[in-house]
Design a protein around this ligand. Structure first.
Ligand SMILES: [Zn+2]
Length: 115
């Protein structure tokens, strides 16, 4: 297990997880259970969600995908319209490609593809 990403928000961690899994890299999100109790536990480095991959040999590939996500996200503050998750009805901001609630994909922009 090795950490490839530290997120500011569980939604981000789950987006990164979705990107990695779409590309065949097995991973886990840690810390979002604590985050779910926010209001009771102040958000800190210890409680911020992070993404870990199972197979450390995939680290470079995983970091490459995370880097693409970060670059794509950097200029996307005013991203498209918010959308409703087809899986659970959660309202999501335009920059998210996956529902943080149930993990349902909205569909990836082309630049997340490995090809
Ligand atoms: Zn959902």
């Amino acid at each position: 297990m090795i950490q490839v990403y530290s997120a500011e928000h569980p939604a981000e961690a789950h987006i990164v997880k979705g990107i990695l899994e779409t590309n065949g890299i097995e991973c886990q999100v840690r810390g979002d259970i604590l985050f779910a109790a926010r209001g009771e536990i102040p958000l800190s480095i210890e409680t911020a969600p992070s993404v870990w991959i199972i197979d450390e040999r995939r680290y470079r590939a995983a970091r490459d995908l995370v880097g693409r996500y970060e670059r794509a996200n950097a200029g996307k503050e005013a991203a498209g319209p918010s959308w409703l998750c087809p899986g659970c009805g959660e309202k999501l901001e335009g920059q998210f490609t996956h529902c943080w609630q149930c993990g349902h994909a909205r569909g990836f922009p082309k630049d997340f593809s490995m090809e």
